[in-house]
Design a protein. Structure first.
Lengths: 765, 361
């Protein structure tokens, strides 16, 4: 508790004035530490308007007196948090939002999480995951009361004897998790999928690559796995690129300690060859665990670069040729080494902890943030200026970038992501399949239905579950609502980067309506967890569907106001046009995804190429632009929102005629009659013991910001995944974001940032 | 040496005529001193009172106005009956009692001196600006001196940006310097254009001369002045040196506590001085329906109302426009504004040959 601050305010003759001034002028440092920042934005936008209490979000730590810590504090962010806290002048106050901030929440045993209360003194905790804006504002009120001297911590309860019986001590339930100790892992299990083109493609591959291959297998529709030797990996990559596989979607490593090997896997696909677009080709090789090296594919597939860095620090595999080997990218310098290896164990989840058991990670002792020395020296020699942006910066989110500017021109950029790296991939290995749904949702809570949909589809694909028609439509509506919501979020943060707070407010006013609609459908404002394997949790009544329909009209009306004040503003156009241009070739080279890729002229939308849910039953178009500049990236998403509205309206009217179950019988089994329309209360019975067959199951989904890839690797025995690889669109786009900034002016960094809608928790996972 | 008697006579000669005060306080010794016009100009309009109203009220109006444009309420709960009117006071109190940090890298003497030194160029121009019939120092070079002093403000800002010795402060300082060159020449040219028409720099006479507002006499100069004024006060489309989303308030990034309070008010004071100059040059100064009771104060109040409206218009741009990039802003300064003010200069020459010099002289 920062009681020193309160003592200071209470001292002296001027105490009443001091207290009054501080109470009504709590300015939170604009320091967004994790995903609760979305609700923070809601609380200070026009829906709730925290400024009514004089609480004004302000960018610079020196001039503020209040920190709102939003959720999970990673080891890297802990340094930044402490630095910001120390920069602030006394008296200062701290409140912590969210379950992660209290005891770690969903990530309580994560390897990269520390508790904010170990780093800075905390005045109040606001529970929730995420807390609602009301709760946050109550937290601010609580600090005001504390300054005033009203003690909220000691509520005296009245003791009442209700004469309860003493029951015998209950046994602590045992964990339902089953984990095979030395399972057999294979990621190329043959599938019986009817896929004619696939067989042709396999023969083409075998002809072209010849004896470079060890074996090939069709592992599912549109999925091929190719095993090669690690010495031949580069030759294979060159040849595959000639065939048309031009970018890497995912780099994955699987650790198999009992066989003393890693499997290194590159999932590649094509943007340039029409037939190959839906194909995900997985090229993998075995790597000796004691001598873990493989030549880097960076020269062949530029897009593999960042993911190779990531895999290197998670597993310790050397990608020879990648300049970032031996350095940290996502992790802090005192994070545990190679945390995703199987021999690094997380703390076991238990229902009751032992007394005095310490489950917390120690906070970092060294507070300095990493600075690459040779980068600085190079800049000094060339007479360039180095600017550090983030993670505490009025407009940087959680990303830290080190910019090298020559005059006003950005010469070089170093991204320093990982400030919100909560270690989801590792945590998921210790959870039941169905428990991971809310976990992955947290990587992008603004886009939660889409993120969940991707994960659920991977499970459905593995188990061959057929989703009922009604559920498909409702899932599609949710996905499109979420697409609109995410764009509204990005379209709100964007104007802030250009100093235009009105645009921010207008978008959040619309988002507030959308959040209400999501609440009516799913019961949660932001983190819905509504989509489950086999369908959705419960049916949506007709009046809610009508409300969804009405919302689309209300949205259009207010959106025009936003377009008038921000997008059609001459200053905005001057700022966005021609900035951060990415050509089609570069976009493919850097492996971009989603609307940003389409803005560069590549017509690639997973919803068209590999239609899922009911996207092939409704009419809509894929907006594409050829300019590739920031304005195009923004306008493509505007047009995409119009298409989403079109899809929603069609789906709502179609749903009036589609009745029936919303959960597949494949999942419910014998209890399908009872719970067909409402799974509440029987959730664990239906989903608790899902076991996926052996193999790798990769799903690709069009999330709001681009393609989202889940690779679940199952051993066929455990009811927990052996490994889950998540590649989020922001991670795919980070490379292009960094490259397109080079050569622009310093102020254009934020223009490009807004056009990419980069959301660091999504990239960091 | 002026004898005491001479001084007293001087005060009596230059006495403001305010019937209300005459009736209420007539005969009380000391009233004569208060009613001495230069003194009244100092403490009332355009001096201390006007400045305080602008600083206290303008922050609140700015926040409330932006909030209304943005579909929300703005500061409210601190003084509910008047819609959070004293919110700036609470902020000020908080700043006043906060720790003032001087970080290790700062150049300590300059870092602490410059925010206080800044008051000299910010407040001195007010001596030469007339509010209705009130003026502190009456001289034929009033406008010129005021403009020269206003130019010093940027130098001070560059000074404390340099003393802060932080990366963002450095970039912000350079941006301030670039912007300074971009707006200063068109700004001075547009003022000179008006001086050609008025043929004097005495703001008292300038305001009296305008039977037609100066904005109509030379609309080009008015436009150039308005654009450069927005640039000079670094308000929204041109809020480039202090761009908080880019360089985190640039030169002011390291200031905390009461020092930041001082630094922050410079922008408001500058806006007030420039708006006052604009009122005198283009908007007939204190002309308006005379209120008999207030006598000379009537003109001062009309002057203040006009000035205040100008500030509100300039400040409400914040809710409408995003920010230009530095090169775009400089391009506007060096091409559009410069061309406009040069054309205004030519127009003034034409106008001043057509219209005979004002009758009052």
């Amino acid at each position: 508790m920062s009681d020193e601050s309160v003592e200071f305010l209470n001292s002296g003759v001027l105490a009443p004035i001091k207290k009054w001034g501080t109470r009504w002028s709590l300015w939170p440092a604009h320091f967004v530490t994790a995903c609760c920042g979305v609700e923070l934005a809601h609380a200070f936008a026009c829906g709730y308007d925290g400024e009514r209490w004089g609480v004004l979000n302000y960018g610079i730590s020196r001039q503020t007196n209040f920190i709102i810590v939003e959720g999970a504090i990673t080891r890297k962010m802990a340094c930044a948090l402490r630095l910001v806290w120390e920069q602030m002048p006394e008296p200062k106050f701290v409140i912590v939002l969210g379950a992660c901030g209290e005891r770690g929440g969903l990530f309580w045993n994560g390897y990269n999480i520390v508790r904010p209360s170990d780093v800075v003194p905390v005045d109040y905790f606001v529970p929730g995951c995420p807390p609602t804006p009301e709760a946050l504002l109550r937290g601010c009120r609580a600090v005001q009361d504390k300054i005033e001297g009203i003690d909220r911590t000691t509520i005296r309860f009245k003791h009442v004897d209700i004469g309860r019986e003493v029951i015998e001590e209950r046994l602590i339930p045992t964990s339902p998790k089953r984990c095979a100790l030395t399972p057999t892992i294979r990621i190329d299990m043959h599938s019986e999928a009817k896929w004619v083109f696939g067989r042709e493609l396999v023969s083409v591959l075998e002809r072209a690559l010849g004896d470079l291959l060890v074996r090939t297998a069709i592992v599912g529709r549109n999925r091929i796995a190719v095993k090669v030797n690690r010495d031949k990996m580069k030759e294979v990559a060159v040849k595959l690129k000639e065939i048309g596989f031009d970018h890497v979607k995912s780099v994955n490593v699987v650790d198999i300690p009992h066989e003393k090997k890693f499997i290194v896997e590159y999932i590649v696909s094509s943007y340039s060859v029409e037939d190959l677009k839906p194909v995900l080709l997985s090229v993998f090789c075995d790597v000796d665990r004691d001598d873990a090296w493989i030549s880097s594919m960076k020269d062949v597939w530029e897009s593999a670069d960042y993911q190779e860095r990531e895999m290197h620090e998670f597993f310790g595999v050397m990608f020879e040729g990648n300049p970032w080997m031996g350095r940290r990218f996502f992790l802090a310098k005192d994070s545990p080494e190679y945390p995703l290896r199987k021999d690094f164990k997380l703390k076991e989840a238990r229902y009751v902890l032992e007394k005095d058991e310490d489950v917390r990670n120690p906070p970092p002792s060294d507070l300095t943030l990493p600075v690459p020395q040779e980068f600085l020296e190079d800049a000094r020699e060339k007479d360039e200026y180095v600017v550090y942006v983030g993670p505490h910066h009025p407009a940087s989110g959680h990303l830290r970038t080190i910019l090298r500017v020559h005059g006003d021109i950005i010469v070089d950029v170093l991204p320093d992501p990982g400030y919100v790296h909560r270690g989801m991939e590792k945590t998921a290995e210790n959870l039941l399949y169905v428990q991971s749904i809310p976990l992955f949702e947290r990587c992008s809570i603004v886009d939660s239905p889409n993120i969940t949909l991707g994960y659920v589809r991977a499970i459905e694909q593995a188990l061959g579950i057929h989703v009922p028609e009604r559920a498909k439509y409702i899932r599609m509506i949710l996905a499109e609502l979420s697409r609109i919501g995410t764009f509204l979020y990005d379209a709100a943060i964007g104007p802030m980067f250009l100093g235009h707070s009105t645009g921010f407010m207008y978008c959040f006013a619309i988002r507030e309506m959308l959040v209400d609609i999501l609440t009516r459908i799913t019961g949660a404002r932001i983190t819905t967890s509504f989509i489950v394997p086999g369908g959705i949790r419960r049916d949506v009544p007709d009046d809610v569907l009508d409300a969804v329909n009405r919302f689309t009209y209300a949205l259009r009306k207010r959106w025009e106001r936003y377009m008038d004040i921000f997008v059609r503003n001459p200053v905005t156009l001057a700022r966005l046009r021609g900035v951060g241009v990415i050509t089609k070739e570069d976009a493919i080279k850097w492996g971009m995804a989603g609307p940003f890729l389409r803005a560069s002229g590549v017509e690639y939308d997973v919803r068209k190429i590999e239609p899922y849910e009911a996207y092939d039953e409704v009419e809509w178009e894929v907006p594409v632009s050829d300019e590739g500049d920031s304005l195009a990236r923004f306008l493509v998403r505007v047009e995409e929102m119009n298409q989403s509205i079109r899809i929603i309206r069609q789906a709502v009217s179609a749903l009036k005629n589609i009745r029936g179950e919303i959960l597949s019988e494949d999942v419910l089994g014998e209890c399908s009659d009872v719970y067909a329309n409402d799974i509440r209360g029987y959730f664990y019975r239906a989903f608790g013991d899902i076991v996926l067959p052996r193999g790798e199951f990769t799903s690709i989904t069009e999330a709001s910001r681009g393609s989202l890839i889940y690779s679940i690797i199952s051993d066929g025995e455990s009811n927990m995944p052996y490994r889950v690889r998540v590649v989020t669109p922001c991670l795919l786009n980070l490379r292009a974001f960094m490259e397109s900034v080079k050569g622009e002016r310093l102020a254009d960094f934020w223009t490009v940032y807004l056009s990419f809608g980069y959301f660091p928790p999504e990239a960091d996972r | 040496m002026i004898a005491f008697g001479d001084l007293f006579r001087m005060i009596l000669e230059n006495r403001a005529n305010i019937p209300v005060i005459e009736q209420m306080l007539g005969g009380i010794p000391g009233v004569d001193l208060i009613l001495w016009k230069p003194f009244l100009a100092l403490i009332f309009m355009p001096g201390f009172t006007g400045l305080m109203i602008v600083i206290m009220l303008m922050v609140w109006i700015e926040r409330k106005l932006c909030a209304r444009i943005q579909w929300r309420v703005g500061p409210r709960e601190v003084f509910w009956y008047l819609g959070g009117l004293i919110q700036p006071l609470a902020d000020g109190m908080r700043y006043f009692f906060q720790e003032t940090i001087v970080h290790r890298d700062a150049h300590r003497p300059y870092y602490l001196q410059f925010p206080i030194l800044a008051f000299i160029p910010v407040l001195l121009p007010l001596l030469f600006i007339s509010a209705g019939p009130l003026i502190a120092i009456e001289t034929d070079f009033g406008v010129q001196i005021a403009v020269a002093l206003i130019s010093l403000i940027s130098v001070i800002i560059i000074g404390f940006g340099w003393a802060a010795n932080s990366r963002f402060a450095y970039i912000g300082t350079i941006r301030e310097a670039f912007m300074y060159f971009a707006y200063e020449i068109p700004f001075i040219l547009s003022v000179v254009a008006m001086l050609i028409i008025y043929r004097t720099g005495n703001t008292l006479h300038i305001a009296e001369m305008q039977s037609v507002p100066g904005a109509l006499l030379n609309p080009l100069a008015f436009l150039a002045f308005a654009v450069t004024m927005v640039m000079a006060t670094s308000r929204m489309p041109f809020e480039i040196p202090e761009a908080d989303q880019e360089v985190a308030f640039g030169p002011m990034v390291e200031y905390s506590g009461i020092m930041f309070g001082l630094v922050m008010t410079i922008a408001y004071e500058k806006a007030y001085v420039l708006a006052a100059l604009m009122t005198d040059l283009f908007l007939c100064g204190g002309a308006g329906p005379q209120i008999q009771m207030l006598g000379d104060l009537s003109g001062a109040i009309w002057f203040f109302i006009k000035t205040f409206i100008v500030i509100i218009v300039v400040f409400s741009l914040r809710a409408i426009y995003p920010r230009y990039r530095i090169d775009q802003a400089m391009k506007i300064g060096w091409t559009f504004a410069l061309a406009l003010s040069t054309a205004a200069l030519a127009l003034s020459v034409v106008v001043s040959t057509v219209i005979p010099p004002a009758m009052g002289q």
